[in-house]
Design a protein around this ligand. Structure first.
Ligand SMILES: [Zn+2]
Length: 249
């Protein structure tokens, strides 16, 4: 019998057939993958709470004609504390949303898997959600090949320098003073914020503390995700509002 042993996070589940669920997993070995979970909606289902989004599991699938059916699973970590309402909980749901939306089916990215695990662990340990999300999004975009070089004009290729720079989300990077006039939706980005992106790309999550540039960087990332990758700005904004209005745990 073709069995497949994987490690993965539950991204979401939905009803499937009479009594089953279809779960979306992000696995270390095979990337995003769908799996049918037989009987998961029966009242006495033996799957229990294992299939709650965020849960990290050892998974055993039966694979036939490209379809995966979950036969067994064991919880590695439930990230239980992130299920409470509050900024860290909102941030963790946003991480699931980002990974689900920006990764392709069955495209393995073990580095991203590890990054996601580190980010969720750091949220559980109380690292401030806004700079953590900034760091996670920068790392995610870099790992997926989306984050632009930030030292040349994306329109004409000229080297860019200065204290106040212009970022054009639709063009996907910095633009020079000569080009910015002909473009719409420009955002200003301070040199300090640019330096902040570099430090957030390299810092481990445990060493991240919120700085004044994080708000500006968040706005740039939201606009970039919306313009380049079609990630609904309104949806992302609502996560961020929840995050800002939430009570600290
Ligand atoms: Zn230019």
């Amino acid at each position: 019998m073709p069995l497949l042993k994987l490690t993965g996070f539950v991204l979401r589940t939905r009803s499937w057939g009479e009594a089953d669920k279809l779960a979306t997993f992000f696995t270390k070995e095979k990337g995003k993958l769908f799996g049918v979970v037989r009987g998961a909606r029966k009242p006495q289902s033996h799957w229990g709470g294992a299939l709650e989004p965020l849960t990290m599991l050892d998974l055993l699938f039966y694979e036939k004609s490209g379809r995966h059916t979950l036969t067994q699973c064991e919880i590695i970590r439930s990230f239980h504390s992130l299920r409470q309402p509050g900024p860290s909980g909102s941030a963790s749901l946003y991480i699931l949303e980002l990974v689900e939306n920006l990764t392709a089916d069955e495209d393995a990215n073990p580095q991203l898997f590890n990054e996601m695990e580190r980010a969720l662990r750091a949220l559980e340990e109380g690292v401030s959600p806004l700079p953590l999300l900034n760091s996670f999004r920068l790392k995610l975009l870099t790992l997926l090949g989306f984050w632009p070089w930030l030292d040349t004009c994306v329109s004409c290729g000229k080297k860019i320098k200065g204290m106040i720079l212009t970022f054009n989300p639709k063009s996907g990077g910095l633009v020079c003073p000569d080009c910015k006039g002909s473009l719409q939706g420009n955002l200003t980005i301070g040199e300090k914020t640019l330096n902040r992106t570099l430090s957030l790309l390299n810092l481990p999550y445990s060493e991240i503390k919120e700085e004044s540039e994080d708000q500006e960087l968040n706005e740039i990332l939201v606009a970039f995700l919306g313009a380049q990758l079609g990630m609904e700005v309104s949806k992302v904004k609502s996560y961020m509002e929840k995050l800002e209005n939430g009570q600290p745990r």
